[in-house]
Design a protein around this ligand. Structure first.
Ligand SMILES: [Fe+2]
Ligand SMILES: [Fe+2]
Length: 188
């Protein structure tokens, strides 16, 4: 697969800031893939493509989902921003014929899901811990993610849930399912 070509396509779809974020996620995903011995090319491709649909307008996201028969749940209907992973995965599948595991990592990069694969986990964590992010605990979570990936995911989901609650936003059940499962595993 022509990674440079894909990168160039994505660059043309995104603002400068979002493309910088994308390159940060690529770098972080490769670092984590090395540590956890996950297919590096798969991690790189998922990272490059994960936000390719992020800058479509709400209406464009809803239209894309409709035209391409993507399932849209009640939560996504009211917060179409949540659809950007699902749409990116569908676009990437049709445009670049990416593997199913890569599609999954792109689809669930914002919410997580139950039974996350290692690749899902790496993209989820890379998205939240790339070097251009700015939040108080970034360095701590970056370190944690290199020692205990599951614990890092729990921390990130907790942070996201708290933020959504403070802003009065909806919670996506996939985040709750991911969190519950990781907590249950931890208690075993
Ligand atoms: Fe995203
Ligand atoms: Fe992202």
């Amino acid at each position: 697969m022509e990674i440079e070509k894909i990168k160039n396509d994505v660059k043309n779809m995104l603002s400068k800031e979002r493309y910088t974020h994308t390159l940060g996620v690529e770098k972080r995903a490769l670092e984590l893939a090395k540590i956890y011995e996950v297919n590096e090319e798969a991690a790189q491709i998922a990272a490059i493509l994960h936000d390719m649909a992020k800058e479509l307008t709400k209406q464009e996201k809803l239209n894309y989902a409709k035209e391409n028969q993507l399932e849209v749940d009640e939560i996504e209907k009211s917060s179409p921003g949540l659809l950007h992973g699902k749409i990116a995965a569908d676009m990437a599948k049709k445009k670049y014929h990416i593997a199913e595991e890569v599609q999954s990592a792109i689809t669930y990069h914002t919410t997580g899901r139950q039974n996350m694969s290692m690749l899902d986990k790496i993209i989820f964590v890379a998205d939240a811990t790339e070097e251009n992010r700015e939040y108080a605990d970034l360095e701590e979570i970056r370190e944690l993610s290199e020692k205990n990936l599951n614990e890092a995911i729990i921390t990130i989901i907790n942070f996201n849930i708290q933020e959504n609650i403070e802003k009065g936003k909806l919670l996506h059940p996939n985040s709750i399912l991911a969190r519950n499962q990781l907590l249950i595993e931890k208690m075993k």
